[in-house]
Design a protein around this ligand. Structure first.
Ligand SMILES: [Fe+2]
Length: 279
């Protein structure tokens, strides 16, 4: 069997600032690993192999293979004045690819995040643009607009929120959304997913926000609450693995980002957590 290309990608495996003295025992794509604190931080396998690591966006990233590229860049992470928020970890019994796909889906907001990120009757997803940017090799959705009763912890009423979505790696996604506190800038909310197995993942949300008002614990609790709402949906999806034939599910306008994501996964054979369905 050919080597699964997702082996050679970077994955988050711990918060760098919260490593227990004895290390964090976890797994990556079915392989047990331990993240060890120290200078430098190390990630080792059970048979004593030292894996490549990089520390970025508050997290320790590693790979079972040999990534051809550095970890993707999020330039906003270095922009002065932003608060960098480490939300922590949420374990979800779902395919890591499903976790990303759900994050890309706007249509569920009024039904899953009722009266927070969406509300009836404002359920329509307007026209937006989706592309696979060939040079960066990333999926992007732009010009996404949605009415939100409370778009962020710092929002004080309903607003139409502008969004952009970006998928720079098979299990990492970056959301850019209207920044209530700083017009013209984008708040950055990411979902970094650690594939434990094809049907189990640890999800590490992380944010880079312009918000000097809200207490850190409130920012974290807001994001955790949103994600726990998603978890109950994710854990009940059938089939558990992400079906990867784009022709199988009839795309609606709201699904365009998902269609592009699946097409991009298939192109790269990023199929760990996917179910290949014959036409
Ligand atoms: Fe959601």
């Amino acid at each position: 069997m050919d080597r699964q290309p997702m082996i050679d990608q970077w994955y988050p495996v711990a918060l760098a600032s919260q490593l227990p003295a004895g290390g964090r025992a976890t797994q990556l794509m079915g392989t047990p690993i331990t993240v060890l604190p120290g200078e430098p931080i190390r990630v080792v396998t059970a048979d004593g192999r030292d894996l490549r690591i990089t520390v970025r966006y508050g997290h320790v990233w590693t790979s079972l293979g040999d990534p051809a590229k550095e970890l993707f860049d999020i330039p906003e992470a270095d922009q002065p004045g932003r608060r960098l928020v480490e939300v922590g970890v949420v374990r979800v019994r779902c395919s890591p690819l499903r976790a990303v796909e759900n994050f890309l889906d706007i249509a569920h907001f009024p039904f899953v995040h009722t009266d927070i990120l969406g509300a009836e009757p404002h359920t329509e997803v307007g026209k937006y643009d989706v592309e696979i940017r060939e040079q960066e090799d990333e999926v992007w959705a732009t010009k996404v607009q949605f009415y939100q009763p409370q778009a962020a912890k710092s929002a004080t009423g309903g607003i139409t929120t502008d969004y952009m979505y970006r998928v720079p790696a098979p299990t990492s996604t970056v959301l850019y959304k209207t920044c209530p506190a700083r017009p013209g800038e984008w708040d950055v909310i990411t979902l970094f997913v650690q594939p434990l197995t094809e049907e189990l993942c640890d999800v590490w949300p992380w944010m880079a926000l312009f918000d000097d008002e809200t207490a850190l614990t409130d920012l974290i609790h807001f994001q955790q609450m949103i994600f726990l709402q998603d978890r109950s949906i994710l854990e009940n999806q059938i089939p558990r693995l992400l079906p990867l034939d784009p022709g199988r599910e009839i795309p609606t306008r709201a699904d365009l980002t998902s269609v592009a994501y699946r097409r991009w996964l298939k192109r790269h054979q990023f199929t760990y957590g996917a179910q290949l369905v014959a036409q």
